[in-house]
Design a protein around this ligand. Structure first.
Ligand code: GDP
Length: 471
């Protein structure tokens, strides 16, 4: 949504091989009506370079303890296999470490900070939408912006579409990196055309999506990509209060032979300190040491900062939120309490997303939505199902196909359905065994059909159920 405004007001055309104008001024943005702070109405964008020099961090009153300050964006790289996600991340990390750190070894803690033009950006080290969506299924969203990498010589592929649907379902703005532009067979216009068919229309065509032509391997125009990311971040007005009670999300965790339980967390509010007692739902501990992404020991970590923490009593799960507590006693009590609650919810979880009961969840939405992940055996039936389903939308209940594709129902489909409160509809396809197991664990319903009318009848009944008055 942010990008819709961004695209209109900040047009910047990149011609591959040419230096982009560094001083492009945004076109006049329509006068924005006065809005409440919580609505997060994006302001007129400013070129990132301007902000870089000044130290005028925008500050706003915040309901928390202190003041909300601008925080760095957290970025995930997504896209089809071999389109250059890892190469792009490596290039960004190698090129944009500060002088002081240049000789140092970058330590893998699960996320890296890079500096560009005096601004910080945080990149999650694991590319792909799988980790992104499984964290979201656990209720955590750390990503602010998704980079969708598409190789210009290959065009969009099934995982490109999967990635863009996962990002869209999460409401995360997408910036497209059209990669491998050094290749003679690169066809960036074709990529733009293909993405337009999926609703990502490049801003130079009047759409809302920023697309930057790059060659990750050679590092060409990667700076332009970073600049665009900073502009999108600025539009989002990402803020956090460094003085608030510290909270954040576990992004990686494992048991290290020497160090014991080790977890990387990203701080989302407040500032985490060495010595704090931290609690994640399944794990707790007193922070003995914190290590940043450059391998330095640090005493504190503020908003958007990833740190590896030592001193936990046990290993937490990625996607868990952390909070801090004042005594170890409190932490222990909470752990046993949450274990009890988990056992309770595990028993009721299987019912969570049955088609018949979905409507309960939907009552809270303005226009209830029946969200669907659709998988079919062949492209022809995908199209037929798609149009039949879309025709079923009414003014009272809308059908929202969050993802569709040809092939077996995969783990990724199930995680997306779980994260989006969707059901999965399969036509002449089955879930693979892994997907089936996860669907059971996550309480995601999979409905399999061989006859289109059976499916339509069920969906109709479900939609009517969603509208039924409560008795
Ligand atoms: P991933 O699977 O998306 O992480 O893709 P990788 O980063 O592993 O890249 C796949 C292959 O494409 C590797 O052999 C890279 O060297 C190559 N590659 C990545 N970016 C570029 C590029 O900009 N130009 C060219 N010619 N090759 C690239």
């Amino acid at each position: 949504k942010v990008l819709q405004i961004l695209g209109k007001s900040y047009k910047k055309n990149f011609v591959f091989g040419k230096e982009p104008e560094k001083t492009a001024e945004p076109e006049a943005a329509p006068a924005a009506p006065a809005v409440k702070e919580q609505q997060a109405q994006p302001q007129r964008p400013q070129p990132a370079a301007k902000k870089a020099k000044g130290k005028e961090k925008s500050k706003k009153k915040h309901s928390g303890a202190g003041e909300a300050e601008t925080r760095p964006p957290i970025i995930t790289v997504m896209g089809h296999v071999d389109h250059g996600k890892t190469t792009l991340l490596d290039n960004i990390r190698k090129t944009h470490v500060t002088e002081k750190e240049a000789g140092g070894i970058t330590q893998h803690i699960g996320a890296s900070r890079v500096e560009y033009n005096g601004n910080t950006l945080v990149f999650l080290d694991t590319p792909g939408h799988e980790a992104f969506t499984s964290m979201r299924a656990r209720g955590a969203q750390v990503t602010d912006i998704a980079i969708l990498v598409v190789a210009a010589d290959d065009g969009i592929k099934p995982q490109t579409i999967e990635a863009l649907n996962h990002a869209k379902a999460a409401g995360v703005p997408i910036v497209v990196a059209v990669n491998k532009m050094d290749k003679p067979e690169a066809k960036p216009e074709r990529v733009r055309q293909q993405l337009s068919d999926y609703g990502l229309v490049p801003e130079e065509w009047g759409g809302d999506t920023i697309m930057v032509d790059v060659a990750a391997k050679q590092g060409l125009h990667v700076d332009d990509l970073l600049e665009m990311l900073l502009i999108v971040a600025e539009m989002q007005e990402l803020k956090a209060d460094p003085k608030a009670a510290p909270t954040g999300t576990v992004i990686e965790a494992n048991l290290d032979k020497g160090k014991g339980p080790v977890a990387t967390v990203i701080v989302q509010e407040g500032t985490l300190h060495r010595g704090d007692i931290i609690h994640t739902g399944t794990a707790w501990g007193k922070i003995r040491a914190m290590i940043d992404d450059k391998g330095n020991n640090v005493n504190s970590a503020g908003p958007s900062m990833p740190v590896e923490i030592l001193g936990l009593e046990n290993v937490p799960q990625p996607g868990e939120k952390f909070t801090t507590l004042s005594t170890e006693r409190e932490a222990r009590d909470l752990i046993s309490q949450s274990e009890f609650e988990r056992r309770e919810t595990d028993q009721s979880k299987a019912k969570r997303l049955t088609l018949e009961e979905l409507y309960e969840k939907m009552q809270t939405e303005e226009i209830p939505q029946l969200r669907i992940v659709l998988k079919t055996d062949v492209q022809g039936s995908l199209e037929a199902f798609h149009s039949s389903l879309m025709k079923m939308s009414t003014n009272a209940v809308s059908v929202n196909i969050v993802h569709e594709g040809v092939g077996r129902i995969s783990e990724s489909d199930v995680m997306l359905a779980s994260a989006s409160n969707a059901i999965i509809i399969g036509f002449n396809v089955r879930p693979d065994s892994n997907a089936k197991k996860i669907a059971e664990n996550e309480g995601v319903q999979i409905r399999l059909y061989q006859v289109i009318y059976d499916m339509l009848d069920d969906v109709k009944a479900a939609m009517e159920g969603m509208l039924a008055p409560e008795l």
